[in-house]
Design a binder for this molecule. Structure first.
Ligand code: MG
Length: 167
C-alpha cells in the first residue's frame, strides 16, 4: 500500500468508526442533485463521494475534525475548548471553517450546496445533529455536509447544462 492509499483508507475507516457510511453521504448527494440530474443513481453519487475522499485537503480536514470530536468525547481537551466543542456552541464556527476547506475544492457551487444542506439537515445530518448524550459530532456534521456538497458540485460540473441557481 502506498502512503496515499493508506491515508485514503484511514479516512474511510475514520468515517466508518464514527457511524458514517459512503451510502449515507451518497444519499445527501442525491438530495442535492436528483432534481438537476434526473437519471442520477445512488451508485454514481457514491462514486463521486469516493473521488472527493481521495483529495488530500479533504483527508486532512476529516482527520483533524474527527480527532477533535474524539478528544472532546473523551474529555481530553483543555478548557474552555473542551466545553465549547462538547456543547457545540453556535459561536465557535471553526467546525464550519474547517469544512470550507472541503467545499472549496470544487468552487463556488459547493458553498451554495453546503449552505443549503446545512440549513435543511436531511438524512444522516439530522442524526449527527441530534446531540445524543456522550456523543460529540461538532466537527463531523459539517465535514459530512461538506463532502456531500463537494461531490454534488463535482456532478454539477460534469452536467453544466442541468444546473441552475434556484438555491
Ligand atoms: Mg458543527
Amino acid at each position: 500500500m502506498t502512503n496515499e492509499e493508506r491515508l485514503e483508507q484511514h479516512t474511510h475507516d475514520l468515517l466508518t468508526e464514527r457511524g458514517v457510511s459512503i451510502e449515507a453521504i451518497g444519499e445527501l448527494v442525491m438530495f442535492l442533485q436528483e432534481k438537476f440530474i434526473p437519471n442520477l443513481t445512488l451508485e454514481q453519487a457514491c462514486e463521486n463521494v469516493n473521488i472527493v475522499l481521495r483529495k488530500r485537503e479533504v483527508q486532512n480536514a476529516v482527520m483533524t475534525g474527527i480527532q477533535l470530536d474524539k478528544l472532546a468525547e473523551a474529555g481530553q481537551l483543555d478548557e474552555p475548548l473542551e466545553n465549547i466543542i462538547a456543547e457545540d456552541e453556535g459561536l465557535y464556527g471553526v467546525d464550519e471553517i474547517l469544512a470550507f476547506s472541503i467545499v472549496n475544492v470544487y468552487g463556488s457551487i459547493g458553498f451554495t450546496n453546503y449552505g443549503y444542506i446545512d440549513r435543511v439537515k436531511p438524512g444522516i445530518l439530522a442524526k449527527l445533529n441530534a446531540h445524543e448524550p456522550g456523543i460529540i459530532h461538532t466537527f463531523l456534521d459539517d465535514l459530512v455536509g461538506a463532502i456531500a456538497a463537494a461531490a454534488a458540485s463535482r456532478l454539477a460540473h460534469a452536467h453544466p447544462e442541468l444546473e441552475d441557481d434556484n438555491y
